[in-house]
Structure formats: C-alpha cells, structure tokens
Write a protein that binds this ligand. Structure first.
Ligand SMILES: [Zn+2]
Length: 321
C-alpha cells in the first residue's frame, strides 16, 4: 500500500499524541507518588550524584579512578527506588514514562528507520482510509451488476456479453474464495467502464476479509512513488510493500507517462512478480497487442504466464447515467 501525505500526517499526529499522553501521565503519577513517598527525592539525588561523580572521575590528568564504588552506590540507589515503588503497592516500572512503544519511545523512529509501531500505524490508518474510500467500499462481488452487460448474442463471439461476463465473474469470485499465495496471475484487458477495476477491488475486499494483504496501486502511482524514492523523498518503499503483500494489483497499465524510467519500472515489476511467483493482477485499457507496441515484446512475452481476461460490453459508467 502506498501511503499518502495525509496518512503520514495523521500518523505523526497520533505519535505526538501518544508521547504527550504518556509524559503527562508519568508526570501526574510522579507528583502523587512524591507527596506520599518523599524519600524518592533523596534516592534520586543519590543517583544523580553518583552519575556526576562518574563524569568527574574521568579526570583531565588521565589518573585512573576506581569507579566501582560509585557504580555500586548507583545500583543500590536504583534498587532502593524499585523497592520503594513496590512497597507503595505499584509495579516496578510505575514511574517510567508509559510509552505505547518501548522500543522507539513513540518517536516512530528506531535505529534510523521507521519503527514497527509506526509502520503498523500507517497501515492501520490507510486501511481505514481505503475502507472509507467510496470506490472500494462499493466495489464488491455483491454489487457487481451483470445487468449492465447486454444479453444480445454477439454473432461473432457466439454468446452475449452478459453470458461471457457472468462466466468471468464466477471465475474471479471463485479465485478470491480459493486464493492462496500460489494462485495464478491475471491480465485484465478491455476498454474503460467495463468493470475491470470493480472486480479487482472486489477481489481485494474479499482477500482482506480472508486475512490476506493486497497491494493496490496504479502503474503511474507506482512510478511516481519510485521516483520519489530515487530522490530520497520517501520513507516507505514500494518494493518492500509489494514484497510483504500476497497479491499485487497494478491498475491502469499503459496510462502512465511513457518514459524510459516508466518502461524499465513496468518491466521490472512484471519480472519480479514472475520470479517471486507472487500472484499479480495487471489491469489495462490496452489490448495485449497495444501493450506490446508500448512496452515491447520483452514485457509482453513475460505476461504469457498470466491468464488474460478480455472485458467486453459497453461502458457501464455511460449506461448508469
Ligand atoms: Zn515504536
């Protein structure tokens, strides 16, 4: 999943909120504790003094000072603090700042990288955003209306678009029901408004319900993201997100701006999917032939292992008007 600027902003806000809440709580606890157990201040003073002595002991004269005594005093003070807290009937870490994530202290960064808690937050927020996206919410198998496809028999094909699309629909529904990480890949081809994105999102919805992780983005979205990464302006990596997902859906292939970088990216995407054996759904308004014209034979020959579904009928968006 590609995270939008807004999602980053919300995650930042949430992290700041967690930090502030934790610090506020710690400060309230401490004040209350000291009122009832003023000895804490003495113990803390002892710890502070021990620490200062260690610093002073590293003298400029290079004289070796035995700090084992100071270290011992410090350990004793720490132990006294724990005992005091316990004796007052609290857990040992009661006076520590209760960060949600102990690893990064709710900063979101650990070892110079996005902390797991930060990534989890971004994912959680973007699932929320996607789930709220009206397009995704309404694109399920249940809302796929076969009546928008003509039931007039196409004399060339020997069947009606409705008959044909019902077959595709049933097949893709079964695909989503029985999906495993070894499932096959698809290439959805056909003009706009024929339900390609609808059925792809229906698969996404069903797989998410079934606990799979699905990466969905348009080809141009992926390319934009990769360009950002190239110039170091992005913290998340498309590659990592794709790596982590069970199914990759690339929408609107061929609609992106034709550049050597775009071509190389598409080539690599298809290549990696095939090498990793990761199921993939490529969606394009272009036919296989048009795609070959656009990206060359090399890319298209790689799509050979994809099952091609040609969407037919009339633009549903026009019919719905
Ligand atoms: Zn963290």
């Amino acid at each position: 999943m590609k995270f939008s600027e807004i999602i980053y902003q919300r995650a930042e806000n949430e992290l700041r909120n967690r930090r502030e809440q934790a610090e506020k709580l710690a400060s309230v606890r401490r004040k209350e504790f000291i009122v009832k157990n003023p000895e804490l201040l003495d113990i803390e003073n002892e710890m502070k003094n021990a620490a200062l002595e260690v610093i002073r002991s590293v003298g400029a004269d290079g004289k070796k000072v035995d700090i084992s005594q100071i270290a011992k005093r410090n350990l004793e003070a720490q132990e006294a603090k724990r005992s005091l807290i316990k004796a007052a009937g609290y857990p040992e870490d009661y006076l520590d700042i209760p960060y949600t994530c102990k690893k990064c202290k709710d900063s979101g960064i650990f070892n110079g990288k996005l902390c797991e808690c930060h990534l989890a937050l971004l994912q959680q927020l973007s699932v929320g955003e996607l789930a709220c996206s009206p397009m995704l919410a309404r694109s399920t198998f249940a809302t796929f209306d076969i009546k928008y496809y003509s039931d007039i028999k196409d004399t060339d094909l020997g069947f009606s678009p409705r008959e044909y699309m019902r077959g595709c629909f049933e097949m893709l529904k079964a695909y989503a029901e029985n999906f495993t990480v070894q499932s096959n890949s698809f290439f959805f081809s056909g003009g706009t408004g024929l339900g390609k994105t609808h059925l792809a999102l229906a698969i996404l919805n069903r797989l998410t319900q079934r606990g799979f992780s699905v990466y969905y983005n348009s080809a141009s979205g992926i390319i934009k993201q990769l360009e950002k990464e190239r110039f170091g302006r992005s913290v998340d990596s498309v590659e990592e997100e794709i790596e982590k997902s069970d199914l990759v859906i690339v929408d609107d292939l061929g609609a992106e701006f034709a550049t050597p970088f775009a071509e190389a990216t598409v080539n690599e995407l298809v290549n990696n999917a095939i090498l990793s054996g990761k199921p993939m759904i490529m969606i394009s308004n272009l036919s296989v032939d048009e795609l070959e014209e656009r990206y060359g034979q090399r890319v298209v020959s790689r799509l050979n292992s994809f099952e091609v579904i040609e969407f037919i009928g009339e633009d549903i968006r026009q019919l719905k008007k």
